[in-house]
Write a protein that binds this ligand. Sequence first.
Ligand SMILES: *[C@@H]1O[C@H](CO)[C@@H](O)[C@H](O)[C@H]1NC(C)=O
Ligand SMILES: *[C@@H]1O[C@H](CO)[C@@H](O)[C@H](O)[C@H]1NC(C)=O
Length: 402
Amino acid sequence: MMKTPWIIVVIASIIAWRSSRPAKDFLFKRNSPQVYYAEGDANHCLLKIAPDFRFCEDAAFWDLHDATSQLTRRTVLVACDPGRKEWNTVLGPLRNSDPHGALWLLSAEDHDGAPQRLVLENYPPNHDFHPLGIAVSPSYGNTSNLFVVNHARRRTVIEQFTLSPSSSAVATHVRTLSSPYFWSANSIALTSAHSFYVSNDHLMTRRLPVLGHILPILETLLGLPLGWISHISLDSDVTASTPILEQSFAALFIPFANGVSISPSGSQLAVASTSLSRVLIYSRDVASNALSHTDTIPVPFSPDNLEYVPETNAETSTLVVAGHPHFPSLLRVKADTTTDAVSPSWVVSIVPDTREVATLFRSNGTFFSSSSTGLRDSAGALYVTGLYAESGLLICRPNSAE
Ligand SMILES: *[C@@H]1O[C@H](CO)[C@@H](O)[C@H](O)[C@H]1NC(C)=O
Ligand SMILES: *[C@@H]1O[C@H](CO)[C@@H](O)[C@H](O)[C@H]1NC(C)=O
């Protein structure tokens, strides 16, 4: 508290008031162990480390199937940007856009393997690469489409790549997508290999001249409902001169719309509303992609990304939500030029059907900092990335998976 600048106190108070959460949740760090894992002791958690494999915002499963649609291989794709402290279009600053981020691949079966950095083939020269949200279509022997939100220098775009199951360490760039429907794109959830929902976190972005220093902060602090979800359908012909066939606003007026995920059955969409510490549940019309809001579930932190656990049916569908329990710490980490500052992590599971929220993982930041995505596979392994974590991926396995 003593070292907390007054501006952060004011900011935190406003957030706390808006989200009707006890102010102490924001102002004071709640007591949190160095590491807590719900399904075993800390020895069940390992940190994946490689040069430049750090500051990873998002992760997604890439599933490969055989001719009979059986799952044959599951890998974890991770999007990282070691230059984030110089270039962050959501939290700032916008100082230096030059260093490129990268995509990484890890086996979800062999946890001892080293993370592999994907080679980006055909990537346009002189085009920045600052990956944020990623989504990849499953392979049934064919190539997969990979979409990556790219916070490029002049504007936010979505890059389309293909991934081939036979040369998995290469992502081939296909095209760059740009639209006012995703001008502050953050997270992507696929509705087919050629269509997706995309969240837009702010209407007033950091990129605005002069006011970009003030308006997005106010939008966040006041919890203004100016984020939204778009649905985008692409022409599957990658040589088409107009790549976007259809675009629509699927859900409007969401305060700080962050992570998005579609349930395995396809009938539900979950959205993290960061500034109000809530997860919004929508029912989805599978044919038209129309959404209708059905529930709002509070979480004890500012949720960042969320993902449904694969291979569950509509009743047992479970969400894994990761986020930031102490916003002032996150702001301090982003401004820190050393590797000393850390921000606590919190990952929960939510069963939307029963609204049950249970902690899966916590850390005071020293073991794992600034959790932004949690993925869980059907064997129970938990994968966590951290916006400003020095290790690219944390993997925790339950006792039973020994
Ligand atoms: C986290 O907890 C450990 C063990 O109690 C302590 O040594 C460390 O300083 C704590 N870190 C922070 C950032 O509070
Ligand atoms: C791959 O095959 C599946 C199943 O036939 C299909 O749904 C999907 O659109 C294909 N992926 C791409 C990128 O065309």
